[in-house]
Design a protein around this ligand. Sequence first.
Ligand code: NAD
Ligand code: UD1
Length: 351
Amino acid sequence: MNILVTGGAGFIGTHTLIELYKAGHTAVVIDNLSNSNPVALQRVAEIIGISQIPFCKVDIRDREGLEKVFAEHKFDACIHFAGLKAVGESVEKPWEYYENNIGGTLVLVDVMRKHGCKNIIFSSSATIYGDPVEIPITENCPKGQCTNPYGWTKSMLEQVLMDIQKADPEWNVVLLRYFNPVGAHQSGRIGENPNGIPNNLMPYITQVAVGKRTELGVFGNDYPTPDGTGVRDYIHVCDLAAAHVAALKCFAVERLEVKGETEEASHLNIYNVGTGNGYSVLDMVKAFVRVNGVNVPYSIKPRRAGDIATCYCNPAKAKAELGWEARYGIDDMVRDSWRWQKQNPDGYPED
Ligand code: NAD
Ligand code: UD1
């Protein structure tokens, strides 16, 4: 298939491009580079062994720019990563988050339907479950209250896409609810490159290990978890990338015909993408130190507002229906995260 990858220059997008090409697909990337660097795409091309990844610097809110891309290429499906994702920033700048993430997706989907491309995989998040009513979380767990505008953009966009699909069953919508992506490609050439102080645990750990920050603050050790620190379902980004390729089979005509469910259900697919294992903050720190042989000083800090105690999924549905399951474990995750950070202490060089 030929896939439009929005936000393809970012962390998850770059890793997904590699899996797409490995599986024999081709891709065109659009990205406004607001949180990424074109060097990442050069490195992806090197890893795949092609001269370059087709790339258009286009903002998904720019209708004319999108029209041009659709006029030049024919797409079988879109994998839609483009969006702003910093939780804290979204609290400071809610309008910017709603306008970029929701406004942008509305323009994208409108241009897609005009050009007869009605297959979309959307990057959703475990955050839409709020404080989940069941652990492990299945896809039947009701959506919850998000604690920040970023989370609401994901929750609202799920609803938008479901409503669009319901009104026009030609749409095939896949909502992938990612748990906590970490790790990096085994080459150490691409990885997560956060701006400023990292919000997320793994990039913070790697920046402490490489000497850019003095110590990790562990946000709370009084949660009702085995060691008192927060428990999450960390997933290697290469596994997450592979889940997108597996999800493309939702668009196969035969599958839509034989799924044997209602018309609506067969065209709307929701999957948790995690390993099903919960690890605490201290589990992650200890694994990182043990596998990589580096020191990660830490101290216990107060809980972070909006955090929940425990979040991990039951990934059985993705295995049963997509034939996908995570292959990498915690040791792979911490080893590959460290290789990327060690080889690129300052992230990507300027283009
Ligand atoms: P990322 O910031 O590395 O990648 C997102 C890309 O989208 C960036 O390259 C950015 O420049 C681009 N972008 C943003 N707004 C755009 C716009 N208006 N037009 C065109 N391009 C635009 O983030 P990521 O970690 O790769 O995440 C990809 C997607 O997955 C995002 O939608 C994110 O919210 C979602 N997600 C990420 C995580 C995570 O922990 N990384 C977890 C759950 C969901
Ligand atoms: C966070 C976001 C979530 C988003 C996800 C994307 C919040 C409240 N939630 O999830 O909306 O979808 O990132 O990846 O921000 N921790 C520390 N010290 C740190 C950083 C984190 O102890 O410096 C702890 C946290 O308290 C948590 C765990 O590490 O228990 C994981 O945190 P993080 O990587 O930020 O992910 P989430 O909070 O699960």
